[in-house]
Design a protein around this ligand. Structure first.
Ligand SMILES: Nc1nc2c(c(=O)[nH]1)N[C@H]1C(S)=C(S)[C@@H](COP(=O)(O)O)O[C@H]1N2
Ligand SMILES: [Mo]
Length: 239
């Protein structure tokens, strides 16, 4: 077992509070900087990943490329063995499911190469991923006609919300493999979501439940002032 605090560890709340405070300080610095500079153009098309980068600078404004892969979370890195891992998809759907690891691997598998933009200003470019398209899972459960959003829940109690139209983009994957290797626990293994066209906080590590909703419900960072739309090409970091 690792030394990272687990969900019920008393250290965890303290560690999380320090991480949140550091990130709120970053948000305040950014807001001060934006208030002191002219507005950036909002005219750029959305998109990410090699196929969508035509005519765009390689990196969204305010981002720098990282060669490694930083680890960012709330300080809790739950250990979820694949034998115990389950993914629930429920809420405003016709056929709620609880998938085991084998059920998940039996779904149609997808591969993609896309970018990963963290709001704290690093970007990891051209990451090869393997997993299951969110759209594949959505097709399996059948969202009700009035479903408009999803709230993703993770094993570390993190939550993040997405409008259905963003989640259904073909590069939104539930990934189990990155750069040819099983997704490491510190990056959200066994399975995390990725949202290449939005800042990376929109993709839940250690995902355990996707709740389909008929209205928007804010997630962990959205409740603390992060943008609810989160478009990196618009430097849409904070609300
Ligand atoms: N469950 C969970 N998912 C999460 C987070 C988290 O704290 N908990 N942090 C988010 C943020 S802010 C980022 S940038 C990415 C970081 O992923 P990485 O640690 O693999 O780089 O995960 C996102 N998903
Ligand atoms: Mo992030």
């Amino acid at each position: 077992m690792s030394k990272a605090p687990q969900p019920n560890d008393p250290q965890a709340a303290e560690k999380q509070a320090r991480i949140v405070e550091a990130r709120m300080a970053l948000m305040r610095r950014f807001e001060k900087k934006m208030a002191a500079t002219p507005a950036r153009s909002d005219g750029k098309p959305l998109g990410s990943g090699a196929p969508n980068r035509h005519g765009m600078p390689k990196l969204p404004a305010g981002q720098h490329e990282t060669q490694g892969w930083p680890v960012l979370d709330l300080g809790i890195q739950p250990a979820v063995p694949t034998a115990k891992w389950q993914l629930v998809a429920d809420g405003a759907v016709e056929n709620p499911v609880t998938l085991s690891w084998n059920d998940f691997l039996a779904l149609e598998q997808a591969e993609d190469v896309s970018d990963f933009h963290c709001v704290t200003t690093w970007s990891k470019m051209d990451v090869p991923w393997k997993g299951v398209r969110f759209a594949e899972l959505a097709a399996l459960v059948g969202p009700k006609p009035d479903a408009t959003h999803v709230l993703c829940h993770a094993y570390d109690d993190y939550t993040v919300n997405l409008p259905l139209e963003e989640a259904l983009k073909p590069d939104v994957l539930l990934v189990h493999t990155a750069e040819g290797k099983p997704l490491a626990r510190e990056h959200g293994g066994p399975v995390r979501m990725i949202t290449p066209q939005l800042y990376a906080w929109k993709g839940a590590k250690w995902i355990r439940r996707i709740e389909f909703l008929t209205q928007d419900v804010l997630g962990f960072w959205e409740l603390r002032g992060y943008s609810n739309t989160a478009h990196p090409w618009r430097e849409d970091r904070y609300a």
